[in-house]
Design a protein around this ligand. Structure first.
Ligand code: BES
Ligand code: ZN
Length: 893
């Protein structure tokens, strides 16, 4: 009868909730829960049906636990019972049918239900902890994107906002936390009943409850918001850093958004089993332990930075997401792209010495990389089913999203941008907004046609590569869509072009909205104060230094640039002469790499460019150089194995300068990024098999095995030592592997465990790799942590990892299949291949195993393998590459 609701993508709007009064009673020993919800609804259109969401819940259909109360004009209330109750699993719909048409106006819907505290890290789930040697359960919620419906029947869509009054029953020795402060707490037999204050109007995906044993530390913001960090007993010291970041960031955002934080308190809590990194629940932000806790003695600088960024990101959502919420998941990027961008803004204010905006380029480049695939998607993506939402929490929504915001901010100017944003937050507070709504407010605030400019970036996938050519008296620009496959897509964009010439004082900018543009000599000469060399074809080495031309200054634009040979060589010389900023050095290198991978540029020219970075000291630029080096090494070992030795030699030499400068131990006056860089450089060199590094690593590791507080192996360099150890482990010499397992078992710091897991698979012996992969599936590793182990798979272990994944797929799919972590198995294993045969094999394997939650990742992974296979082929066809590699290798040895 109610079959009309079976295939529904979004809920009908004829009955809407205004207020939920929800009571939950989790039983932590049986892992079940009972609940009762009374929902004040408004019937807006005459109907016989009430249609809402519920999943994995049993709804009892007896008179006491399923009813609709209607009070008519103050008279005694009428109680109605539904004559049909249908649960449609397909789209998580609960449809209640009544015999008579329901009268318009207010009513209260009462539903009793039961559910299971699941092990899937979503909905209302079970996490575990150890207290006084005893393993115990706790209950936690994770509702984003669409799992509130697994905890209580509700209208589970971001635009259907309501208020929530929660009551939670917890065991006597535990506490319960929720979005709001406790209003009243009383003991009732073996349980304690926590009644929370009613929330302001908000979306269901932001409701949160935690029941467990925790300790906390507390601080207060200058305007009186109580901020707490909750964590496992005995770990409060590790919460101090996040607490101080949170207090400062709240103050900052109060000012930036010009509207104070809306709730009376903000709790942040570390959860031992957590699928994402953190979740911005209104007033009760939940975190993975490693994204919240920082241990002075055992956490690395990179861990500290991660905590700051994650806290700043989640707090940004308290405004952008929680106060103003996306209208539908199509606009998820507004939430995530924006929070990502703002987290850098806040971190830059709190830690100016971190150069976080230079590091932001890591975000852009990951966005650019994913968006260069034919299997990418537009930022604004249509969502037809709840199961499709998980997969758009990806580099497009986060990283391309954040990069576009940065591009727009830099185009409109920081001040105009902030003023308009504050106006947007004010206008849509407690409501929902679409992408166009933000553009409209920004247009109004800036007087610029933001809508028109941004539509080309958010409604179509991909981005352009700008070809720049210098002629006799002109500079020519052309835009085409950039694709990693090397084919040319049909997209076109309105591109904010910026350029400098010879000096950063000479700047020019224009909106490039055609396919071609010619800038005349007079325009450019004006800009360069008459510097005549820009147009000359034969410029001397000396003159080249001052006649460079860099497009996309500071890399604020989301596009790639391809220069002609003459301009490229001038840029290379300018890099060597140290004329360019770190962001621009990054951009030139990264664009060149992307073009090379797309077979638009030779590997030789990329290697010659890389050679210009031999004195590089900037963290972000070097980190990019390391990533590129590893990628090239992998491709070259497939493409030109006879030159692989020489190539490794060249790459090791390239990194050695800075590695030697930094050494293994902190030096007085080291910067934050020196500490991060040290670890990354040593890890890369260990992976390349640098003998000196390996010997030193083993010495320091042995000291650490003897004494966990030795100064010889501080946290920043531990990963490098672990990787070096695994490079030397084999079946007949496995003590290093055993020691690492012991470190893993002993530590109760999540970051230390992650470091060990991420190095276990970095072993040349396939039997050990297999053992390490099986360890990941053992009960000793929390299912949330498997991702760290997968990240360690490299080329040496790719075949055994692929075999292993195929054999274990049923188990993997059963354990991780209902969340987004399963996509990591696919991408980690597939990313190591670079042949058409393997692409086919992967395609065939997943043909019968695909499902909505991995479909996009599978397609993207296969496309990546094909791109790399093509790259291998073009490298093989390259003339004189061997000679060049050998020349570069011998240059400085
Ligand atoms: N809203 C997300 C959490 C989330 C992710 C929920 C995926 C559901 C599915 C949260 O704000 C977030 O973005 N967390 C990031 C950390 C952030 C610093 C990029 C995460 O979990 O990695
Ligand atoms: Zn987020």
């Amino acid at each position: 009868m109610a079959d009309e609701f079976k295939g529904l993508a979004r809920l009908p709007g004829f009955v809407v909730p205004r207020r939920y009064d929800l009571r939950l009673k989790p039983d932590l020993s049986t892992c079940k829960f009972d609940g009762f919800v009374e929902i004040d609804v408004e019937i807006l259109q005459e109907t016989r049906n009430i249609v809402l969401n519920a999943a994995d819940l049993s709804v009892s259909n007896d008179g006491n636990s399923l009813w609709l109360k209607k009070s008519e004009n103050g008279a005694a209330s009428v109680v109605l019972r539904p004559s049909s109750v249908n649960l449609f699993e397909e789209n998580d719909i609960l449809a209640l049918g009544f015999d008579d048409v329901l009268p318009l106006g207010k009513a209260t819907l009462g539903i009793g239900f039961q559910g299971v505290l699941n092990d899937q890290m979503k909905g209302f789930y079970r996490s575990t902890f150890v207290l006084n040697g005893e393993k115990r359960n706790m209950a936690v919620t994770q509702f984003e994107p669409a799992d509130a419906r697994r905890c209580f029947p509700c209208w589970d869509e971001p635009a259907i906002k309501a208020t929530f009054k929660l009551t939670v029953e917890a065991p006597l020795d535990m506490i319960a936390l929720s979005n709001m402060p406790v209003l009243d707490e009383r003991i009732d037999g073996p349980t304690k009943i926590f009644c929370f204050e009613e929330t302001p109007i908000m979306s269901t995906y932001l409701v949160a409850i935690v029941v467990g044993v925790f300790e906390y530390i507390e601080d207060i913001t200058s305007d009186g918001t109580k901020v707490r960090v909750y964590c496992q007993v005995g770990k409060t010291d590790q919460g101090k850093f996040a607490l101080s970041v949170a207090v400062k960031t709240l103050g900052l955002y109060n000012e930036y958004f010009s509207i104070p934080y809306a709730l009376p308190k903000l709790d942040m809590i570390a959860i031992p089993d957590f699928a994402a990194g953190a979740m911005e629940n209104y007033g009760l932000v939940t975190y993975r332990e490693n994204a919240l806790l920082y241990d002075e003695r055992h956490s690395a600088a990179a861990n500290k930075q991660r905590v700051a960024i994650v806290v700043a990101h989640e707090l940004a959502h308290q405004w952008f997401g929680n106060l103003v919420t996306m209208e539908w998941w199509t606009h998820l990027w507004l939430n995530e792209g924006f929070a990502t961008w703002v987290s850098y803004l806040a971190t830059d204010v709190l830690f100016p010495e971190w150069n976080i905006w230079t590091q932001f380029l890591d975000q852009s480049t990951e966005g650019l990389r994913l968006d260069a695939l034919a299997e990418s998607h537009p930022i604004e993506v249509e969502i037809h089913h709840a199961r499709e939402i998980d997969e758009i929490f990806d580099a497009i929504s986060y990283k391309k999203g954040a990069s576009l915001i940065r591009m727009l901010q830099s185009y409109l100017g920081a001040e105009t941008f902030q003023r308009s944003l504050a106006a947007y937050i004010k206008k849509y507070a407690c409501m929902n907004a679409k992408t166009d709504d933000l553009w409209a407010v920004l247009s109004e605030g800036s007087g610029q046609p933001v809508n028109e400019l941004m539509d080309s970036w958010t409604k179509q996938k991909g981005y352009p590569v700008i070809h720049v050519k210098v002629g006799e008296n002109t500079l020519e620009f052309e835009q085409t869509q950039f694709l990693s496959s090397g084919s040319v897509g049909g997209g076109q964009w309105i591109v904010p072009i910026t350029l400098s010439c010879g000096s950063y004082d000479n700047r020019m900018s224009f909106l490039f909205d055609k396919q071609h543009k010619v800038v005349s000599s007079s325009e450019l000469l004006r800009l360069t104060s008459g510097n005549p060399n820009v147009f000359g074809k034969c410029v001397s080495e000396h003159e080249k230094r001052s006649s460079w031309l860099k497009v996309n200054i500071e890399q604020t634009g989301f596009y790639r640039v391809k220069y002609d040979d003459e301009l490229s060589s001038r840029l290379r010389i300018a890099i060597e002469a140290k004329c360019l900023t770190a962001t621009d050095r990054f951009g030139i290198l990264d664009d060149s790499y992307a073009l090379c991978r797309a077979s638009k540029q030779s590997l030789s020219s990329l290697l010659i460019l890389m050679d210009a970075y031999r004195d590089e000291l900037d963290y972000t630029v070097l980190s990019c150089l390391i990533n590129i080096s590893q990628k090239i090494a992998k491709i070259a070992s497939d493409a030109v194995p006879e030159s692989y030795g020489n190539l490794k030699h060249f790459l090791i030499n390239l990194l050695r300068f800075s590695a030697e400068k930094l050494g293994w131990e902190p030096r007085p006056g080291d910067s934050h990024s020196d500490s991060m860089l040290r670890g990354e450089l040593l890890t890369a060199l260990a992976l390349f098999g640098d003998d000196a590094i390996q010997t030193e690593a083993i010495r320091r590791f042995n000291a650490f095995v003897e004494d966990r507080s030795t100064p010889l192996l501080p946290p920043d360099t531990r990963k490098a030592a672990y990787v070096a150890i695994m490079q030397n482990v084999c079946t007949s010499k496995r003590s290093g592997y055993e020691s690492l397992l012991q470190i893993y078992r002993e530590s109760d710091l999540s970051q230390e465990k992650g470091r060990v897991l991420s190095s276990l698979a970095c072993c040349p012996d396939p039997d050990i790799v297999l053992e390490a992969l099986n360890f990941l599936l053992s009960p000793e590793v929390r299912s949330q942590d498997v991702v760290y182990g997968l990240a360690g798979i490299n080329k040496g272990g790719r075949d055994v990892a692929w075999q292993w994944m195929k054999e274990k797929w049923d188990h993997i799919s059963a354990t991780w299949g209902s969340g987004f972590l399963i996509t990591r198995f696919v991408s980690a294993v597939a990313s190591q291949f670079s042949s058409h045969d393997k692409a086919l094999e992967v395609e065939e394997f997943f043909a019968s195993r695909t499902k909505p939650s991995i479909a996009r990742t599978v397609k993207q992974s296969i496309e990546r393998i094909r791109v790399d296979a093509q790259w291998v082929k073009s490298v093989q066809e390259e003339q004189l590459l061997d000679a060049l590699i050998s020349e570069l290798a011998n240059k400085r040895s």
